[in-house]
Design a protein around this ligand. Structure first.
Ligand code: C2E
Ligand code: CA
Ligand code: CA
Length: 652
């Protein structure tokens, strides 16, 4: 019982250490208020001493107030000086504890002194004593309000003494005054208590909201899945890194890392496994973090790299290679083993990029180029890239301004049957003559159009043109038309293509779509949907540039293809290249296995044709037969070569 009472009393009379923020706030408030309190106290004290100077003994009217003034001034000065010193938790606690203890003694001394003066003089000086005590204590309580224990102490000491003293005097006026002071004291204690609680609450709320905003700050700067710095943090690190590199004339490399094969993992095993994979990637990347190397997750399966104090390109490439290698090691998630790789685009400041915007743009371009070069490649942005980037930029501008119907046209390249020499089809190939840039090769503008999402706007008008042109050919000559990944990328895009075919009146079974292997594996599911839709309509679907896209047999088996087109790179010089020969041989065997027709592209020389014939290839296309020709020449070509003499007889 006794213990629990003391326990509850403790916080009321002592300084509690458990809330350092509160202590600091109290300290700040007191260091503003206590000098004022002492000023009031001392001025009032001197005034009381003055009115008693002539009537009270010197020791009481002079020496004691002098001593009290000295003590008060000392304290006031100390508080004043504290304002310029750092408020360390230790200093704060010590000062408050001392103030709290001193409050009792100071209150006691001043009270005892004032009451000691009381017996001297007349009723005026006596009322001065009473007024001095009652009013000064109110000022002191207000100034000490933020240190509740001290405020309570002086309320109790001064007012208790006052009440007891004046009640004991037995005079009705004094009794009334004592009751008055008692009531005022009670009200003050109540108000002070409420005020103090509000103050505590305010301080605590502030502390909480500061903590919350720190937490938000941390969350914004950290990627929650991997624990790596976030995209936002990456860009602020990039800015800092650039500033530092400028300052000490060092080199900074910016890298963008994109995982190859992440999307299929997500598609096949679901997002949970995808997330776990990203987490593990993050863990592996964390191992590369040093004072000079920073890694961040920029979003999705893209990560950012910053390398400070790059000594040379070789040094940077070595760092990049180590990261690529680490990510090529298989990942184990549950009982699934997953193999992915990472493409990496890098640029060095200030060698190639001049600021943060360029650095990011150029690293992105290098990444795009490394992706083009194949999975798991690393690419450092060079002057050649810079030239290409500028050229692509001009191409992009030209494309955006282009009048598609007027500037774009098609040429047609025959595909012939090796055995009969007859033209079985023409492949339509886009041509662009820009008023500003002149003729631009499709190898250049098609990738740009794909990248900026412009390709769908080219495909439909070109397909219309091709279908209209092909309607003039005999019924057993087919049309082959190239599609990009984007053209098959959504139901809507596929629907639009089918609409064009249906409206054209061209028989769908005379039409083949060529889709590159890389486009197919980019999004296997969507490609499968598109291929099925085209097949349902009656069109054929050829896998273009076959052999360059690293697709696996099982992936191809699942697709309703009708033809494979073997890429030119394997055909060129095949007669003297054992590797090409082997590849083409197996590709032809594969197409036979899958019951698909096989077309060899880019045949330029008789020797190549001989080898292909020997390997059992049925159809060829290339400069040896004919270069692509304008539509007007196709009629003449067919007139000369279609039914008549096979074109594939080597001139004697
Ligand atoms: P592709 O589909 O592989 O087309 C074959 C390319 O090889 C054509 O280049 C053609 O002119 C060229 N070629 C044909 N025979 C030979 C040969 O014997 N030797 C050499 N060196 N080249 C030969 P082109 O017309 O420059 O087209 C390049 C690429 O642009 C095409 O490659 C295709 O991927 C794309 N493309 C062209 N037209 C279109 C189009 O209308 N739509 C889409 N999406 N892509 C197109
Ligand atoms: Ca093609
Ligand atoms: Ca091709």
């Amino acid at each position: 019982m006794k213990i629990s009472f003391l326990h509850r009393l403790r916080p009321l009379i002592t300084v509690q250490r458990d809330n350092p923020r509160l202590l600091k706030a109290q300290y700040v408030a007191l260091s503003r208020q206590l000098p004022i309190m002492y000023a009031i106290l001392l001025i009032n004290t001197l005034a009381l001493a003055a009115t008693h100077y002539a009537i009270a003994p010197h020791w009481l009217a002079l020496y004691v107030p002098a001593a009290l003034t000295l003590l008060g001034s000392g304290r006031a000065l100390m508080w004043w000086r504290l304002r310029s010193l750092p408020a360390t938790p230790e200093r704060v606690f010590k000062t408050l504890t001392r103030t709290n203890r001193l409050a009792f003694f100071i209150a006691l001394s001043f009270t005892a002194w004032a009451l000691a003066l009381f017996p001297y003089g007349d009723s005026y000086t006596r009322s001065h004593v009473a007024f001095y005590m009652a009013i000064t204590v109110i000022a002191c309580i207000f100034c000490l309000m933020h240190l509740r224990s001290a405020a309570l102490t002086i309320t109790v000491v001064v007012n208790l003494a006052f009440v007891v003293f004046f009640l004991a005097a037995g005079n009705p006026t004094y009794t009334a005054m004592a009751i008055n002071v008692l009531l005022v004291s009670a009200a003050m204690i109540l108000v002070m208590h409420d005020q103090y609680q509000d103050f505590t609450r305010l301080v605590n709320t502030q502390a909480r909201s500061e903590k919350l905003s720190e937490e938000n700050q941390r969350l914004a700067n950290e990627d929650s899945l991997t624990g790596l710095p976030s995209r936002r943090r990456f860009f602020s690190l990039l800015d800092q890194g650039l500033a530092q590199a400028r300052l000490d004339s060092t080199k900074l490399a910016i890298g963008l890392i994109d995982l190859d094969g992440f999307k299929p993992v997500n598609d096949v095993y679901g997002h949970r496994v995808g997330d776990k994979l990203l987490f593990q990637v993050g863990q592996r990347l964390l191992e590369f973090v040093t004072a000079d190397v920073q890694l961040a997750r920029l979003g999705g399966d893209e990560f950012g790299l910053l390398v400070q104090h790059v000594r040379s390109e070789e040094h940077l490439i070595a760092v990049g290679d180590r990261i690529s290698e680490a990510l090529r090691e298989p990942f184990i998630i549950g009982n699934i083993q997953i193999a992915i790789s990472a493409s990496l685009g890098l640029v060095i400041f200030p060698d190639m990029a001049g600021d943060a915007v360029e650095a990011y743009e150029f690293a992105d371009y290098a990444l795009y180029d490394s992706k083009r070069a194949g999975a798991g490649t690393l690419c450092l942005f060079s002057t050649a890239h810079y030239r290409d980037l500028k050229r692509d930029g001009a191409t992009e501008q030209g494309l955006r301004r282009a009048n598609i119907v007027e500037e774009f046209d098609l040429v047609f390249q025959p595909i012939v049957d090796v055995h009969t020499g007859r033209t079985v089809a023409f492949e339509a190939l886009a041509r662009w003559v820009s008023p500003e840039l002149g003729p631009v090769a499709p190898g250049l503008f098609i990738p740009v159009a794909e990248r900026i999402g412009f390709i769908n706007r080219l495909t439909l008008p070109l397909l219309k043109k091709a279908l209209a042109g092909a309607s003039s050919w005999p019924d057993d000559v087919r049309l082959s038309f190239n599609l990009s990944a984007h053209d098959c990328g959504s139901r809507d895009a596929v629907r639009k293509i089918i609409d064009v075919i249906e409206r054209s009146g061209f028989a769908p079974h005379r039409l083949d779509f060529e889709i590159t292997e890389t486009a197919v594996i980019q999004d296997l599911d969507q490609a499968r949907c598109a291929i099925n839709a085209f097949r349902q309509l009656g069109c054929g679907v050829s896998l273009d540039d076959f052999g360059t896209g690293y697709s696996s047999l099982s992936q191809l088996h699942a697709l309703a293809l009708t033809k494979l087109k073997i890429d030119r790179t394997f055909i060129s010089g095949i007669e003297g290249n054992a590797a090409s020969y082997k590849i083409v041989k197996s590709l032809i065997a594969l197409s036979a296995d899958m019951a698909l027709e096989c077309v060899s592209e880019g045949v330029e020389r008789w020797e190549e044709l001989e080898v292909l014939k020997a390997l059992g290839c049925s159809f060829v296309q290339g400069y040896l037969v004919s270069r692509p020709m304008p539509l007007e020449q196709t009629a003449e070509w067919l007139g000369r070569h279609w039914r008549a003499e096979p074109v594939l007889r080597q001139p004697a």
